[in-house]
Design a protein around this ligand. Structure first.
Ligand code: NDP
Ligand code: 8X3
Length: 254
């Protein structure tokens, strides 16, 4: 078995593009997500296009028992994971703190923080045992700054930022690399999910902007993963050229 990537949330957006990028570079791939039909479709695409092996694991990262069941007893040949990308995540809603929906809050906290922790807690010991590994956490510009109505999403991504730094320290003695990738505006299904399925509202987010694409993020992750073993890229903020901060954006025809 050659090198192995495990990417969570591979049924759309960044995760799907990261799976393609690594498969194109001859990695065998473990893909996860809740939508089984999409996992099955991606598996056959990757196998056909790149001739790599693909393992699909269909579970919700919020459920610790499912994370343990799916990732805690991987088939032997899939245990030697070289790269983990903690990507599964979401924004749900965009409301003030006084009007926010607590169900949205639970979803974001449970997925973006607790899900990432559950996966890391399960895979890091394997990496330590195998004496190799590279963990990527997908943070956000929302983990570097806060913006109006972003409250809980921003808090979860600040937590990801803290966990990336803390994980790097804890895994330092084992030579395991840890990288934070913090994107700005990228057009995926992210805003559709944030606006609870309202595609028109989601489209407006990127109006007049050449937003980042999922491929831009996948290429960045691949770049960091493919540096020589003595190089750890710690933290990268990546935005569209038309975006300077979470809120400073210049739109065409604005
Ligand atoms: P998408 O909505 O396109 O993809 C999100 C992925 O996460 C899907 O594959 C989804 O799979 C998975 N996911 C969500 N919840 C769960 C869950 N409970 N269990 C398992 N998988 C889950 O969004 P992006 O690709 O844009 O987002 C990927 C990451 O990047 C997220 O962490 C997001 O916060 C972050 N990000 C996005 C930015 C953007 O502008 N797009 C900018 C900065 C960061 P499924 O629904 O099948 O479970
Ligand atoms: C996603 C980018 O600006 O919507 O994390 O928070 S933003």
């Amino acid at each position: 078995m050659g090198k192995i990537l495990l990417v969570t949330g591979a049924t759309a957006g960044f995760g799907e593009a990261i799976a393609h990028e690594f498969a194109a570079n001859h990695y065998n791939i473990i893909i996860t997500g809740r939508r089984k039909d999409r996992l099955d479709k991606l598996k056959s695409e990757l196998e056909k296009k790149y001739g790599v092996e693909v393992l699909t694991l269909n579970f919700d990262v919020r459920k610790l028992d499912k994370v343990k069941k799916n990732l805690g007893s991987l088939p032997d040949k899939w245990q030697s994971i070289d790269v983990l990308v903690n990507n599964a995540g979401l924004a749900s809603g965009l409301s003030s703190i006084q009007e926010g929906d607590t169900e949205d809050w639970e979803k974001m906290i449970d997925t973006n923080i607790k899900g990432l922790l559950y996966v890391t807690r399960t895979i890091a010991p394997l990496m330590i045992k195998n004496k190799k590994g590279h963990i990527f956490n997908i943070g956000s510009v929302a983990g570097k700054e806060v913006y109006a109505n972003g409250n809980v999403y921003c808090a979860t991504k600040h937590a990801v930022d803290a966990l990336t730094k803390a994980t790097r320290i804890d895994l330092l003695p084992y030579g395991i690399r840890v990288t934070g990738i913090c994107p700005g505006m990228a057009e995926t299904e992210f805003s559709i999910v944030r606006y609870h399925g309202d595609e028109n509202k989601a489209k407006n987010v990127y109006k007049g902007i050449d937003a980042l694409t999922a491929k831009d993020i996948a290429e960045l992750v691949w770049f960091a993963a493919s540096r020589p073993a003595h190089v750890n890229i710690s933290d990268v903020v990546i935005t569209p050229t038309q975006q300077a901060t979470a809120t400073n954006v210049v739109r065409r025809n604005a």
